[in-house]
Design a protein around this ligand. Structure first.
Ligand code: FAD
Ligand code: SF4
Length: 512
């Protein structure tokens, strides 16, 4: 009797350990695109088209190399259970062989399906992350708070990345952020460098078929997938990585935090979507950047910054997810309950920074990190929006969004909903930060320099109102006590006015 080699849509990796353990002559590879899953949220069409196109390409490649594939297309099955039932009626199988799923709910699903259909369930380790879950749990053991930097150093040493034989960091420091993160005015002084325009991956019959199936069967999905699509094959993903290393890595660190109204990607890599699908491996991305450094094609500051994103932040957020689930996604330490404003879907807001960033994600399914954290996340944090509603919106919109990566980034880093487990201080900022790091403010109805009264930037009002609402909690935190003290030192008439105007702004969100 053969086995069912189960592949989820975000496990399209050449290093699939389930496939490595399977027997081509006996076992059958199972893929499904259940309609109910596609319809369970208002996912961006780009995300659905990317996912199913990538899955179908991967399945086709497996077939070409001799694997038997049982593929359940979007319109063919409602649920995973229905697809598996059909599969078992076609193939005699007594076991599901799966690589560790990337999410808690998928792990649960496999366990319950195996039980329901009386199948043995065997899981093999994943190579989509460099640090096994048990190893992260060991690192976290006994710690009240976790620091990404500590985990990052250990991972770099373990894999020998930018370290010498004695485990000392290349260039004498682990982190070169002080020479990165230039402001808008630094960028202008540097001659306003911009990256070359991006290419669009060529479309084929698979993509065209998926696009029309998504339009027909998931009509309520968000937006359109006509204009842009992230890589859906490994060769397209490798091309994207190569273009980044050749064209943008050199400035990656310098302008990592810069936000421009007319240039969405800046010098970022755009690899999160193919990396999270499994089309790229984390180590090969890091190695490509290190080779560029060794050849003198990119400075250490840029290369270390990029390496830190992948083996630092990416591994860290995945570790936290497995450490803290399933309760983590329900966290709401700041008791934020306001509804997500409609303009997150419509883009209709007169706040220029938000309007631009929302327009970009509505058209492409992508924003870079600082746009996500300091424009969107910052607004949601300051306005006290429900973390669970915010989380659902991020999951729907972004081409790279999955539970394992969203949990710590959205709930921990952006919304401080975990009470500071993931980030010791909330990423709260006024309009001054946004005006320093981007060029949105010059075209805005509001003025980042006005703190209260006509034309005051809403981020300014909300920033102080946030520290007023949470003064007790943040006065006790050495990293935020300065903000609370500054608030408390303001004349009480000022404070009353800010509270009043912030309140009026928040009520206007509900009425909009
Ligand atoms: P680059 O800036 O070029 O970075 C290189 C790579 O490093 C990324 O592709 C990614 O794989 C990794 N990386 C960098 N920062 C992080 C991080 N904080 N967590 C995990 N990986 C990281 N990343 C996702 O992959 N999916 C998400 O759904 C997602 N949602 C986010 C939501 C919020 C509120 C915030 C603050 C961050 C989120 N991130 C998410 C992290 C980060 O913003 C994206 O990985 C990055 O913007 C993707 O663009 P890029 O490939 O051009 O990345
Ligand atoms: Fe955003 Fe405020 Fe600047 Fe307008 S003034 S773009 S709302 S930060």
């Amino acid at each position: 009797m053969g086995r069912t080699v189960w592949i989820f849509g975000d496990q399209l990796t050449r290093l699939h350990t389930g496939l490595a353990a399977a027997d081509k002559n006996q076992d059958v590879v199972f893929f499904a695109e259940p309609l109910a899953t596609a319809r369970e949220r208002k996912y961006h069409k780009i995300k659905l088209v990317m996912l199913y196109s990538a899955m179908r390409h991967f399945a086709e490649d497996l077939q070409k190399t001799g694997w038997s594939v049982d593929y359940h297309l979007l319109a063919e099955t409602e649920t995973y259970a229905a697809a598996l039932e059909k599969h078992l009626s076609r193939f005699a199988s007594n076991e599901i062989l799966a690589m560790e799923p990337n999410s808690w709910s998928e792990s649960d699903l496999l366990r319950s399906l195996a039980k329901h259909f009386s199948l043995r369930l065997t899981t093999t380790p994943t190579w989509q992350f460099l640090v096994p879950r048990a190893e992260f749990a060991q690192f976290a053991c006994g710690k009240k708070r976790l620091l990404m930097e500590h985990h990052y150093h250990a991972t770099r040493v373990k894999f020998g990345i930018l370290v010498d034989d004695a485990g000392r960091p290349e260039g004498g420091a682990w982190n070169f952020d002080s020479s990165n993160r230039k402001t808008l005015s630094d960028w202008k002084k540097d001659g306003s460098p911009l990256p070359p325009p991006s290419d669009r991956s060529p479309e084929d019959a698979i993509v065209r078929a998926v696009r029309s199936e998504v339009a027909r069967h998931v009509p309520k999905a968000f937006g359109t997938a006509e204009k842009i699509l992230p890589p859906v094959t490994r060769s397209q993903a490798l091309k994207e990585l190569d273009r980044f290393v050749k064209e943008r890595l050199v400035h990656f660190g310098n302008y990592q935090d810069l936000m421009l109204a007319d240039e969405a990607k800046m010098f970022h890599s755009l690899i999160s979507a193919p990396l999270n699908l499994g089309l790229l491996d984390p180590l090969e991305c890091v190695e490509a950047a290190v080779v560029a450094y060794e050849k003198g094609q990119a400075p250490l500051e840029a290369v270390e910054g990029f390496v830190r994103q992948i083996i630092g932040w990416r591994e860290f957020v995945n570790g936290i997810y497995w450490l803290k689930m399933p309760a983590y996604v329900e966290s709401n330490t700041l008791s934020a309950t306001r509804d997500l404003p409609d303009f997150f879907y419509t883009g209709n807001t007169d706040m220029n920074c938000l309007r631009h960033v929302l327009a970009e994600v509505h058209t492409t399914g992508y924003n870079h990190h600082i746009q996500r954290l300091m424009v969107l996340g910052n607004f949601l944090l300051l306005a006290g929006i429900s973390p669970q509603q915010a989380y659902a919106w991020f999951l729907e919109m972004y081409v790279d969004a999955y539970d394992w990566v969203m949990a710590a980034n959205v709930l921990g880093m952006a919304l401080h909903a975990d009470g500071g487990f993931m980030a010791t201080k909330p990423y709260a900022a006024s309009g001054t930060y946004i005006s320093k790091m981007g060029n949105y403010c010059s075209g805005c109805t509001y003025d980042p320099k006005i703190k209260v009264g006509a034309g005051a930037c809403p981020y300014n009002l909300l920033y102080w109102d946030f520290f007023d609402r949470h003064a007790k909690r943040f006065a006790a935190n050495p990293r935020t006590s300065m903000a609370v003290n500054a608030w408390r030192k303001r004349p009480s008439s000022d404070r009353d006015r800010i509270r009043h105007e912030a309140q009026a702004f928040l009520i206007s969100l509900e009425e909009a």
